[in-house]
Ligand binder design. Structure first.
Ligand code: IMP
Length: 200
């Protein structure tokens, strides 16, 4: 079975591969293998945007799709940047500029609590859809550190840690991230589907 990863973000593709590649019989495809158009993220929630992406990409390609929408929600900013995380400092996406804006908005703010949220939607060729969400709680550092990961990773310190996600090894991020928490339950759904297809 071919599953198209519905994102062009290389950081997300790397992480999704690490989570899904160990599933026997599942072949992952990306935009390079099966081109799809950009789907405007006009929803007001992560779930709405993930569903828009899954349906838009599925109708353009006809294959099974895993779409994901995610972002950073900061308590002192009343949930911002939220669904606007990718373009917080404007379009096109500039991760460094986004992080700089975030730190600027939080100048002098002592409440640094934040959470990453991910909503993943698995859509099969026949239109069946399964949606799962994952959250990672933490806090925003005073300055960026580390070179791993992507996006806001250099300023996000997960609860229980002293280092940012960009300083921690990729394996650690992939054990605790919002994305792995959303996508891991879908591994079971994919395994069941593969078994059902094999016994047909
Ligand atoms: P979208 O889901 O393509 O709309 O983009 C999600 C945006 O949220 C990314 O461009 C990042 O700015 C941010 N984001 C989501 N997940 C992560 C993560 O794991 N690390 C750092 N930033 C992330």
């Amino acid at each position: 079975m071919i599953l198209l990863l519905g994102t062009g973000n290389p950081g997300k593709i790397r992480e999704l591969r690490a989570i899904l590649e160990p599933i026997p019989g599942l072949q992952l495809a990306t935009r390079d293998d099966t081109p799809f158009p950009d789907i405007p993220e006009v929803g007001s929630t992560f779930a709405e945007n993930a569903i828009l992406k899954a349906r838009g990409i599925a109708s353009a390609t006809g294959v099974a799709v895993l779409a994901e929408d995610s972002g950073l929600c900061v308590r002192a900013l009343r949930g911002a940047p939220g669904v606007r995380s990718a373009r917080y400092a404007g379009s096109p996406t500039d991760h460094r500029a986004n992080t700089e804006r975030l730190l600027r908005e939080l100048t002098g703010v002592t409440d640094r609590a934040a959470r990453f949220v991910s909503v993943a939607v698995l859509r099969f060729e026949d239109g069946r859809e399964v949606l799962r969400a994952g959250v990672l709680a933490g806090r925003i550092a005073r300055r960026p550190t580390g070179s791993g990961g992507f996006g806001y990773d250099p300023v996000f310190v997960p609860d229980g840690f002293t280092q940012t996600l960009a300083e921690l090894p990729p394996e650690t991020k992939n054990e605790l991230s919002h994305r792995v928490r959303a996508v891991n339950p879908l591994r079971g759904v994919l395994r069941q589907e593969l078994d059902a297809r094999a016994s047909r």
